[in-house]
Write a protein that binds this ligand. Sequence first.
Ligand SMILES: NC(=O)c1ccc[n+]([C@@H]2O[C@H](COP(=O)([O-])OP(=O)(O)OC[C@H]3O[C@@H](n4cnc5c(N)ncnc54)[C@H](OP(=O)(O)O)[C@@H]3O)[C@@H](O)[C@H]2O)c1
Length: 279
Amino acid sequence: MKILIAGSNGMLGHDLQEVLKNKHELILTTSKTLDITDKNHTIDFILNNKPDIVINSAAYTNVDGCEENQDLAYSVNGQGPKNLAIACSELDIPLVHISTDYVFNGKNNRPWVEDDEIGPISVYGKSKLQGEINIRENLDKFFIIRTAWLYGINGGNFPKTMLELAKTHPEITVVTDEVGCPTYTLDLAKAIAELIESDYYGIYHITNSGSCSWFDFAEYIFEIANLDIKVIPVTASEFARPAPRPSYSVLENKKWLENEFKPLRNYKEAIKDYIKLIK
Ligand SMILES: NC(=O)c1ccc[n+]([C@@H]2O[C@H](COP(=O)([O-])OP(=O)(O)OC[C@H]3O[C@@H](n4cnc5c(N)ncnc54)[C@H](OP(=O)(O)O)[C@@H]3O)[C@@H](O)[C@H]2O)c1
């Protein structure tokens, strides 16, 4: 297939390239060559290149930054996906779009399923939800993939921050009352590669299996990296940040499993591989 990737320089974009390049023809775009907020250019670019499918890995992902730069958040995360959806609709091709666990409010006592009520509590979550809505209103053939707590080789992320802090800090304070599903972008990219071979369109939750708090995740990272770091638990309210985060955003990969795709490996296996790679 001829696959156009928007935001191909990002953390997930990088691993999508790695996973897809041997089997597919890739049209790789960045914010410089394809600014998805520029409606006319986006539509012209896609119509001229005639891909078989578009994958949108572009987003404004700075969760705290979104609180201050709301216009930018809604433009990139809301309007951008709409422009891509309009172009895909013209060509009658599918759009794969990446969304987030932050569309949920975090108040649940079981993992969230795809059709649970959404209720984002941050500007980032609200802008990403707007992207989902815009796609659904403008296109039939879409895969909207909600994922969570991403880390990968090509970007800043929680495991890298922990390992960096560990160089200078024997004790590190980490939030204990936010629980989610750490997910390796390489594993997510492989899942996307499988999904696009199907026409099972719709909204999916796709994450590595298992779940933990940021505190548990930090402790596990130091354990497998053989680092003697004391992790000190704090609550989210003690660790003030501009954007609120959902306290419980574990995503059940219900539709993925119903469509007989294999569960992604446990996050504990995935992070082991990742740490071997970056250490
Ligand atoms: N990171 C997470 O923990 C997480 C969790 C759940 C869901 N997600 C979602 O997963 C997807 C991938 O995330 P990621 O962590 O790989 O993001 P990332 O590393 O921040 O990459 C995002 C990419 O989007 C590009 N971009 C920004 N504005 C653009 C525009 N106007 N037009 C075109 N490209 C633009 C950026 O390019 P420039 O650098 O050139 O601006 C960047 O390369 C996003 O949709 C994100 O919302 C992420």
